[in-house]
Design a protein around this ligand. Sequence first.
Ligand SMILES: *[C@@H]1O[C@H](CO)[C@@H](O)[C@H](O)[C@H]1NC(C)=O
Ligand SMILES: *[C@@H]1O[C@H](CO)[C@@H](O)[C@H](O)[C@H]1NC(C)=O
Length: 150
Amino acid sequence: MLKSLFVFGVLGVLLIPAQCDRISVCVEDDNDLRVDCLIPPKPSQIASYEFSWSTGTKEYVINTNVSGSSADKEFKNKSYVEELDPQGYRMILTGYTDTLHTTTYMCKMSGEVASISVEKEQVVQCSAMFLKSAGSWIVCLLLFFYQTHS
Ligand SMILES: *[C@@H]1O[C@H](CO)[C@@H](O)[C@H](O)[C@H]1NC(C)=O
Ligand SMILES: *[C@@H]1O[C@H](CO)[C@@H](O)[C@H](O)[C@H]1NC(C)=O
């Protein structure tokens, strides 16, 4: 018990809050934009997702399966969503070209919103993200289990 507290403490100091992001954005080698949304599901709610971005003045829905809402027409058929194991959703937008504005990427799951703001032309390559995101995944999961089991 003490030992695990110690481990969580160390992890916490090292990696939180900066790395425990519930949303991450990167570009794959083939220029597809990848947005991972890691909001823990709520058993009491119907699972649904909505991915969108905003460039200040307008918000565009890229992909959603929230009933009653749909993607903006310029994003229709341009993206797909897959489920992440053990939780969360990944949205892939094909043929992404860097936007000319600072962009806020958002995802909604179970009524909660996560967002991240990315400066223009600052979207990172997914290959460079791997270690960071693997690390933050583990930490977020540990925290999640720690909170739910204590
Ligand atoms: C949205 O998609 C997920 C995963 O495919 C599914 O589990 C969920 O039921 C869908 N929600 C709605 C409202 O269709
Ligand atoms: C999207 O795909 C569906 C079926 O695959 C097609 O009927 C629809 O016209 C397409 N929409 C656009 C905007 O290309």
